[in-house]
Design a protein around this ligand. Sequence first.
Ligand SMILES: C[S@@+](CC[C@H](N)C(=O)[O-])C[C@H]1O[C@@H](n2cnc3c(N)ncnc32)[C@H](O)[C@@H]1O
Length: 204
Amino acid sequence: MSSELIAIQTALRDRIPVPDEEFDAQFPKMQRYRSSVHWTPIEVALRVAELLEPSPGGRILDVGSGVGKACIVGALTTAATWFGVERSPPMVRAAQMTARRFGVEHRTRFVVGEAFLVDWSPFGGIYLYNPFAEALFDGVIDAGERRETYLDEVHAVERKLAEAKIGTHVVTYHGFGGDMPESFERVVQEKVREDEVCLWLKRE
Ligand SMILES: C[S@@+](CC[C@H](N)C(=O)[O-])C[C@H]1O[C@@H](n2cnc3c(N)ncnc32)[C@H](O)[C@@H]1O
C-alpha cells in the first residue's frame, strides 16, 4: 500500500475529510473524469456514512453505486457492510479493485445489475444519490422516451421504499427524482456541499 493511500485511509478512519482529487486518484484513470458530477464528494460521503451507520442489521445498499466511492468511505468509517448495485461492469470492476486497495473488500460487495432486480429487503439502510438522472441526458434515445424511462425508474424506487421494513433508514443526496412514501419521516435535512443530505426513517 502506498504512503499516500495509507494517509487517506488513516484520515478517513478518523473521519477527517481528504481532498476529493486525492481520493479519486485511487480509481482507474478512465473513471476519474466523472467524479465531480457523478460520485459522492468525500465530505458528503462521511455524513451519509454517519447517518446510515445505525441502520438495522448493519447492511447498507447504495443504489447505483458507480465506482463505489460512497461504499468505500462507508466501510472505512463505520462498522456496517456496504453493498453496491451498478449497471456498468467497468465501474463495478473499478469499485472491487479500489475496495481491495483500501483493504475493505471484506466489508463491501459490488454487483453488476439493474437496481430493481435486486431484493432490497435484506438492507436496513439505503443510499440514493439521484441514480437515474443521467438517463435524461443519454443523447442516443429520443427525449420523450428518456423521460419515460426515468419516471418508470423513479416510480419503481417509490414502490420498493413503500415495501421497506419499519425502521429502514434512507439517505438521499440530490434526492432520487420522486416523492418519499408517506410512511417515511424526514428526520435530518441539512446542506452539505451544493445540495441537501436527508435522512428518512420508515415509521409504519
Ligand atoms: C449519480 S451516480 C452515483 C454513484 C454512487 N452512488 C456515488 O454516490 O458515488 C448514479 C449511478 O447509478 C447508476 N445507475 C443508473 N440507473 C441504474 C439502474 N437502473 N441500475 C443500476 N445502476 C444504475 C449509474 O450508472 C451511475 O453510476
